[in-house]
Design a protein around this ligand. Structure first.
Ligand code: RFL
Ligand code: PHB
Length: 402
């Protein structure tokens, strides 16, 4: 039996786990990252693409932002279409903040590269982790590493293994409370090998359903359509997807570049939070602890925020024996988690016609949209939430003295 001894065992090589490992390394704390999938899978998974300014700044500040600065696109605003009208909201003018479009899998590649260059690459293909007692003198994980049975002993376990991971489920029954909401629709997402229709994102609210025109690069667009929650992808041949995108995004015949579609997927819409986000030696971060519907693009950004809080708390423990920040981990994170849940829920309600929505509700939604584009105060508040002004992981890390 092989034994691996480390300070922090990190389960999952998504954004939460990899940012945490990177920051701990910079803080002189040893960790190992254990990932169920192989490297190609993790680096190829197409998911989020919008980095709040604080997330982009954190990557920059900590030395993993060079490719993002070369290849990512900084956006100073976005377009909102409804009732055949086009409105631009400038987040830069409203609150002085921008967002950066750069694919989640590119962030993941940059972080894996940094771990590899630091001599501590993640272990991939570790698909049988069993979490032992979390309340004793040390935490123990059993798994197979490189074909050999292994025990990983650590002071702490970071559960960064996403919503379907093993760490949250390893906590004894009754210790965690889950809050959950599912939405009566889903998003069908595709990549298009076509230049984006414009320089900024387009959010289109249409009576047939919501549509989003996003992007990953000057030659790759990312498109989403609201569909039924149990939608069958087989019912959506590419011609139907294109026609529906044109109807919802371009009601006045606005341009939309077309190209081959790939990476078709259905993303369910769910809000989920578990409280507390810690138990004994286990600390949950990112999707393992909370899920937001993708409407406001908060999932990845929240995962990075959690990782910054946890890295700071672990560094305080190892550097000064200060247990306070670890004890307060849940409280610190939940403030921004619930803020983002609320913004994501209200944006989801604002942008999507619910199945069976009546004429009254449709008009109330339109009145809210009108207020957003017609009131400086409403637009500024929206821009602050959208760009994550109040939850800036780069500022949090600088503030923690790192
Ligand atoms: P991740 O990225 O899910 O990473 C978790 C990692 O843990 C691994 N894992 C395990 N490893 C070892 N042992 C086990 N038993 C394990 N079980 C799982 C997984 O293989 C994986 O590598 O979580 P993290 O790091 O918390 O990051 C969160 C973000 O990934 C997530 O919030 C966003 O991508 C959510 N999300 C989206 N967010 C947006 O802001 N905009 C989007 O367009 C968007 N699209 C999406 C999404 C999430 C999706 N999911 C969860 C299915 C599209 C999809 C399809
Ligand atoms: C995306 O590009 O995946 C994306 C962008 C903005 C959103 C949601 C998703 O609000």
């Amino acid at each position: 039996m092989r034994t691996v001894r480390t300070q922090v065992a990190i389960v999952g090589a998504g954004p939460a786990g990899l940012v945490l490992a990177h920051l701990l390394h910079l803080d002189g704390v040893r960790s190992v990252v254990l990932e169920r999938r192989d490297r190609a899978y993790v680096e190829g998974r197409v998911r989020a693409g919008l980095l709040e300014q604080g997330t982009a700044d954190l990557l920059r500040d900590t030395g993993v932002g060079r490719r993002m600065d070369r290849e990512g696109q900084v956006h100073e605003g976005f377009e909102l279409r409804f009732d055949g009208e086009r409105h631009r909201l400038s987040t830069a003018e409203l609150c002085g903040r921008t967002v950066t479009m750069y694919g989640q899998q590119e962030v993941v590649k940059d972080l894996i590269r940094a771990r590899t260059e630091a001599g501590a690459p993640p272990y991939f293909g570790v698909d049988d982790i069993a979490v032992g007692d979390l309340t004793g003198d040390a935490a123990t994980l059993r798994c197979t590493l490189g074909g050999q049975p292994a025990v990983v002993r650590a002071d702490f376990v970071a559960g960064c293994d996403g919503f379907h991971g093993v760490t949250r489920r390893s906590v004894s029954a009754g210790r965690l409370t889950a809050y959950e909401r599912t939405y009566p629709f889903a998003w069908l997402g595709v990549l298009a090998a076509a230049p984006p229709a414009g320089e900024e994102l387009i959010y289109a609210v249409h009576e047939r359903g919501f549509a989003l025109h996003s992007m990953r690069s000057p030659t790759v667009s990312r498109l989403y359509l609201q569909v039924a929650p149990d939608e069958d992808l087989a019912r959506w041949p590419d011609d139907r997807i294109r026609a529906e995108l044109r109807t919802r995004l371009c009601p006045a015949g606005e341009p939309l570049h077309e190209g081959p579609l790939s990476r078709h997927g259905i993303t369910s819409m769910r809000g989920f939070v578990v409280e507390p986000m810690q138990y004994g030696r286990l600390f949950l971060a990112g999707d393992a602890a909370h899920i937001v519907p993708p409407t406001a693009a908060k999932g990845l950004n929240l995962a990075v925020s959690d990782a910054v809080v946890l890295a700071g708390a672990l560094a305080a423990w190892y550097a000064r024996g200060d247990r306070g920040p670890l004890d307060g981990y849940t409280r610190t994170c939940l403030r921004h988690v619930w803020r983002a849940q609320d913004f994501s829920a209200s944006l989801t309600r604002l942008f999507h016609p619910y199945p069976g929505e009546d004429a009254m509700e449709a008009r109330l939604r339109r009145a809210r949209l009108r207020r957003l584009v017609g009131s400086g105060a409403a637009a500024t508040s929206f821009a602050e939430e959208y760009t994550g002004l109040a939850r800036d992981p780069a500022a949090a890390r600088r503030g923690a003295g790192a």
